[in-house]
Design a protein around this ligand. Structure first.
Ligand code: SAH
Ligand code: F3S
Length: 484
């Protein structure tokens, strides 16, 4: 139970983000990121934009000239966490009076100017598509005015900004490939805070990966709210694709093709991707994964509920049966595939029978990992406006505990399947528990720890799995893998 809860907590924890390249005589930027990996990557884009303006990152809040917090709106708790953080900034500002405070990301987009009224400490409010305007906005702030830009864009993908890597292990990095989401799940605030879906030019994606590979990065995670929906046809919104010229349509690049391009051009680099929406996942993607050893055999495939009634109310565009068929096909093509889920319990109108359908679907798939949440009503969403948040808190809590306990059981079942096997692991850092052990992941994304011996950070090593908990494998290295 503890591990799964830890995973949930990590999703909403903030981090002071720093880079190693320090320039002299610079202003100091303290930047923290809450929420998803996309926010983390956006913070790297922001750091790159502000690097050009003479800002160095710092880990010490008290010495910052500028404090930026990249925020998450996905659940109420995520917003409360940020509000509490602002109180801490407030205390520091009483001493460091010149410090400026800016709010970035989804809460900025959701609350807009209201943020300035509600939180007096805030000088600057910037939505996810407006980061290039930061230099101008900061100028206004330094002239003594509050500054806001929350305009969502049809084409901003930050394709021309090379992110400054923050808190990097020098081994794995994120590269964004799409922005926004068109799926309009009724519970979800993302389409409102991150706008319509658009894809980034494959050339600029490959160029960014090349830069990372040249710097010795070994693993790239392609990021988007809904990566399987990736479609490049020369720019513009996904929803306008049908209006594009015949040539643009004929030469368009979809997600399976993009993956194939990445894996072919960088055969020694591991590729992962997140997140997949089942309704947009094509079998071409699975065949492409099967074709390339360097595409990791792991899919985060959120389902949210196992009940057809709930899936419909959530506006997920597939049924429980269609999802099960997709899972069957995935295991048929790649038997060693690892799958993980996001699950929401206690959505509007959820009965015990619906809840049992969720447990039953989990039993069918036996996911390797899971991220499980109690439904949290979000203002502005269809569910927030039109549906009754009618499942009592105590029942949500009990159902959440049940899905977490079941996931725990399945995670253990899955980790046990690795016992006795020799698996390729990319070394990503020192184990938190033991400084003499490395930590890395196998292709399935399962964390594995093993004695360091002579191996180094960034090595691909074959590790014999000898023991496991539900979250971690333990083993001993038996030699380098042929990927080095
Ligand atoms: N496609 C996105 C999904 C973002 S939201 C991605 O890249 O991961 C992440 C997860 O948060 C969702 O899959 C869902 O399980 C959960 N979530 C979203 N809105 C929620 C809400 N209102 N209450 C509880 N959980 C929610
Ligand atoms: Fe949210 Fe559904 Fe998109 S969960 S991010 S609206 S796929």
């Amino acid at each position: 139970m503890e591990n799964v809860e830890k995973v949930i907590d990590e999703k909403i924890q903030g981090k002071a983000l720093v880079t190693e390249n320090k320039k002299e005589n610079s202003k100091k930027l303290f930047i923290e990121s809450y929420g998803c990996q996309m926010n983390m990557n956006d913070s790297e884009i922001v750091a790159a934009i502000l690097d050009k303006e003479g800002y160095n990152t710092t880990q010490i809040l008290e010495e910052a000239d500028l404090v930026l917090v990249n925020t998450c709106s996905i659940r109420e708790k995520a917003e409360t966490t940020v509000r509490n953080r602002l109180k801490k900034y407030n205390a520091v500002k009483k001493v460091n009076k010149n410090m400026k405070v800016g709010v970035l990301g989804c809460m900025a987009e959701r609350l807009k100017e209201k943020f300035l009224e509600e939180e007096k400490i805030v000088d600057l409010v910037v939505g996810p598509d407006a980061y290039k305007d930061l230099p101008n906005l900061l100028e206004e702030v330094y002239e003594g005015r509050d500054a806001v830009n929350v305009i969502l864009s049809k084409d901003e993908t930050y394709g021309d900004v090379a992110p400054v890597r923050l808190n990097s292990n020098g081994v794995s990095a994120f590269v964004s490939i799409t922005r926004g989401c068109d799926n309009m799940c009724t519970f979800c605030v993302v389409p409102f805070t991150r706008g319509r879906e658009r894809s980034r030019d494959p050339k600029s994606i490959l160029e960014e990966i090349r830069q990372m590979v040249d710097k010795n990065f070994k693993e790239i995670t392609l990021l988007g709210q809904n990566v399987d929906s990736y479609l490049w046809y020369g720019g513009g919104l996904k929803k306008d694709f049908k209006k594009a010229s015949e040539i643009a349509q004929a030469t368009a690049v979809d997600f399976a093709q993009l993956l194939d391009m990445c894996a072919t051009e960088f055969p020694k680099t591991r590729f992962r991707f997140s997140t997949s929406n089942p309704q947009d996942m094509s079998l071409d993607v699975i065949y492409t994964m099967a074709k390339h050893k360097n595409i990791c055999k792991y899919i985060h495939l959120p389902v949210q509920s196992g009940s057809n009634k709930m899936l419909k109310a959530m506006n997920r565009q597939h049924t429980r049966e269609e999802y099960m068929e997709l899972v069957d096909n995935i295991f048929k093509i790649i038997p060693e595939m690892a799958l993980s889920q996001d699950m929401i319990v206690g959505f509007c109108g959820e009965t015990e029978e619906d809840h049992r359908d969720t447990l039953d679907l989990m039993e069918y798939v036996k996911y390797d990992f899971g991220f499980m949440f109690a439904y949290s009503e979000r203002p502005g969403t269809l569910a927030g406006k039109k549906m009754d948040d009618d499942v009592p808190q105590a029942i949500k809590k009990r159902r959440l505990q049940e899905v977490i306990a079941l996931q725990q059981k399945h995670s253990l079942y899955r980790t046990q399947q690795h016992l006795g096997k020799i698996e390729e692991v990319l070394i990503e850092g020192t184990s938190k528990k033991n400084p003499n052990e490395w930590k890395g992941r196998n292709t399935q994304n399962t964390v594995i720890v093993f004695p360091k011996e002579h191996y180094k950070l960034g090595d691909f090593v074959n590790v014999k799995v000898e023991d496991c908990t539900s979250a971690t494998l333990k083993g001993t290295a038996v030699g380098y893998s042929d990927n080095n």
